[in-house]
Write a protein that binds this ligand. Structure first.
Ligand SMILES: [Zn+2]
Length: 306
C-alpha cells in the first residue's frame, strides 16, 4: 500500500525547478537533510540514500544540472523485513576535476552553517521541497494532520524553521534521539500551505477533500448525538412524569387532581415514551403544546407536594 508520504514524495520528486538558483537551493536542502559524508578508496563523497527511486533520480538530475558532475547510483536491497530497494546517490566532494565542494562553493553536508542564506521566494520554495524530500513524512489526512521533517543537523533544522517562518508558516523543531532533529507541523492550515508552497498540488487536493469529508462526518455525528440526546431526554421526562402520576394514584389522590390534569395524566400513563409533540397528536389537537407542557408540570408539582 502506498502511503500518503510516498505519494507526496513522488509528486515532489517530479518537479524540477527551471532556474539554477532554485535547483541549487533544493539540492542543498536535500543533502543537508539526508546527506552523509562517505569515505572510501575512491575518496570522499557525499552520499544520499532513499527508498524512493524518483527521489534518487532527482538528486542525480540536480547534481548534473548544478555542477555538471555525474553521480554514481547504487541499488541495494534493504535488510529490513519489507525488503525494499535502497538507492544511494554518491557525488565526489573533492577531486582532480573538482567535486561538489569546489563546484558549489559551499558545503552542503556536515554541521557547518556555511550555506548562504536562502533569500529569493522561488528558492525558498525549492529549499522546503528539498528538505521534505530529504527527510519528510506526512500522515494520512484521513486520520491526522501531521507533517515532519527529520534531519541530522540542528543548524539545518533551524534554517528550515526560519525559511518556513519567512513564508508565513510557524513551525518548531525538537531533538528526537541522538543527532535527529524533527521539524513538525500539526495543523491543517500549515500543512496545506507547506505542500502548496512545495508544489504538491495533487496532495493539496487530497488534503482538502479529506478535510471537507471529515467536517461533514463531524457535523453528521453531532446531529446524531444531538438527536439521541433529545430522545433520551424525552424518555427520561416521560418516565419521570409516569412515576409521579403513579405516586399520586398510590397516595389515593387521583380524585383531587382537577379534571383537565386527570386527562393529561391519563394520556401520559398510556404513552410513557411519547415526546411532547407525540403526546399532542394523541391528544387530538385539543390543547396547545405549551398548555400540555404546563399541565404536565402542574401534575409533577402536585405529586411533589404529596
Ligand atoms: Zn530561485
Amino acid at each position: 500500500m502506498t502511503t500518503f508520504s510516498h505519494e507526496v514524495r513522488s509528486e515532489l520528486a517530479r518537479i524540477i525547478a527551471g532556474d539554477s538558483c532554485c535547483q541549487l537551493a533544493e539540492l542543498t536542502a536535500l543533502l543537508r537533510a539526508n546527506g552523509e559524508v562517505l569515505i572510501s578508496s575512491d575518496g570522499v563523497s557525499a552520499g544520499f540514500t532513499t527508498e524512493n527511486a524518483s527521489v534518487a533520480r532527482k538528486v542525480f538530475t540536480l547534481v548534473k544540472a548544478t555542477t555538471g558532475l555525474v553521480a554514481a547510483v547504487m541499488v541495494s536491497r534493504s535488510r529490513k523485513l519489507r525488503r525494499k530497494n535502497r538507492y544511494q546517490v554518491r557525488v565526489p566532494l573533492a577531486g582532480r576535476e573538482g567535486g561538489l565542494f569546489d563546484r558549489l562553493g559551499i558545503s552542503p553536508v556536515g554541521r557547518s552553517e556555511n550555506g548562504e542564506p536562502i533569500r529569493r521566494h522561488c528558492c525558498k520554495k525549492a529549499y522546503l521541497r528539498g528538505a521534505f524530500l530529504g527527510g519528510g513524512t506526512v500522515g494520512r489526512p484521513e486520520s491526522n494532520y501531521h507533517l515532519e521533517i527529520s534531519v541530522r543537523d540542528e543548524n539545518f533544522a533551524g534554517s528550515v524553521v526560519r525559511v518556513m517562518k519567512s513564508m508565513g508558516i510557524t513551525a518548531r523543531y525538537i531533538m528526537k534521539g541522538e543527532e535527529v532533529y524533527v521539524v513538525y507541523l500539526k495543523a491543517f492550515e500549515k500543512i496545506d500551505k507547506f505542500l502548496c508552497l512545495c508544489g504538491a498540488s495533487d496532495a493539496v487536493l487530497r488534503l482538502q477533500s479529506c478535510k471537507v469529508s471529515r467536517e461533514m462526518r463531524g457535523a453528521v455525528n453531532r446531529l446524531v448525538n444531538c438527536e439521541s440526546y433529545n430522545a433520551e431526554r424525552t424518555l427520561t421526562a416521560g418516565y419521570r412524569q409516569l412515576q409521579k402520576i403513579e405516586a399520586i394514584i398510590a397516595a389515593g389522590c387521583w380524585q383531587k387532581l382537577p379534571a383537565e390534569l386527570q386527562d393529561t395524566a391519563s394520556l401520559r400513563l398510556s404513552h410513557p415514551e411519547a415526546s411532547l409533540t407525540e403526546l399532542l397528536t394523541r391528544a387530538g389537537g385539543r390543547v396547545s403544546k405549551s398548555l400540555l407542557n404546563y399541565r404536565l408540570r402542574k401534575i409533577e408539582q402536585f405529586a411533589d407536594r404529596l
